[in-house]
Design a protein around this ligand. Structure first.
Ligand code: APR
Length: 233
């Protein structure tokens, strides 16, 4: 892969599957266990905040019990050794990229280890349960919610993501079904701006058509192979 200097990597739930975290749309996934409308919309939170807090408290607890896998570690190596631009845009709310050592990470759908105050809009690093309505350390109000982007809400740092897509020579998508916009539209954007596009996924995603190349398999195998291909050759 010659003439590649600036890379954007998009990751989804599939990259954390081998660490033991459920994906959303695979068989037995989170959206088979819970109704999206109940746990991942502002309306659902208004209707039953306890149900929503319990859902994210359980996910926060589950993430604490697992570890990064070979795919996270390979991207952390790329981050450490790649001299050009690199941005790892993750749709995931777990902290496995960072625990593997990656630094150039952007959480476009928020993070489980962060709480957002609906009153003063401050964000706080958070590892304890939110059920029981702890007070906001900033304004003191009992208005903390999971700092996660719900359906109908705007993802975070879209300007920074589009700026990186504009500079990218290579766009790589890992472990995502391509079912949710705006992330599902990044491949087309990158391609139309002249970047090379590569999909690494267990099966072809919904936007697979837009990729120059698509490799099927587990991220724990495909990602280390790709990283050594781009760093060692
Ligand atoms: N290795 C590689 N890919 C995998 C693996 C694996 N071990 N296991 C599953 N996959 C693939 C599946 O084939 C699927 O295409 O990962 C993808 C997971 O898709 P989703 O469950 O739809 O997750 P994701 O694409 O991240 O969802 C996007 O939707 O629910 C919202 O906000 C949530 O960020 C999430 C967004």
């Amino acid at each position: 892969m010659t003439n590649i200097r600036n890379i954007v990597v998009l990751t989804g739930a599939g990259i954390s599957a081998e660490s033991g975290i459920d994906t959303f749309r695979d068989a037995g996934g989170l959206w088979e266990q819970h109704r999206v409308e109940d746990v991942a919309t502002p309306e659902g939170f208004a209707r039953d905040p306890e149900l929503v807090q319990r859902f994210y408290d359980a996910r926060r607890e589950a993430v604490r019990k697992v570890s990064p896998n070979a795919a996270h570690e390979a991207l952390a190596r790329l981050d450490a050794e790649w001299e050009g631009d690199l941005l790892i845009v993750t749709q995931n709310v777990d902290d496995l990229h960072e625990r593997a050592g990656a630094k150039r990470v952007l959480h476009m759908h928020g993070e489980l280890l962060s709480a957002l105050c609906s009153r003063c809009e401050a964000r706080h690093r958070w590892s304890a349960p939110l059920l029981g309505q702890p007070s906001c350390p900033g304004c003191g109000e009992q208005a903390l919610r999971p700092d996660v982007v719900w359906f109908g809400e705007m993802p975070y740092e879209m300007d920074r993501i589009y700026a990186a897509l504009h500079r990218a020579d290579l766009f790589v998508s890992i472990g995502t079904s391509g079912a949710v916009y705006p992330a599902a539209g990044f491949v087309r954007e990158a391609r139309e701006l002249g970047a090379r596009t590569l999909e690494l996924n267990l099966e072809r995603g919904e936007g697979s058509y837009w990729f120059d190349e698509s490799r099927q398999g587990k991220a724990g195998k495909l990602v280390p192979e790709w990283v050594s291909q781009i760093l060692d050759t």
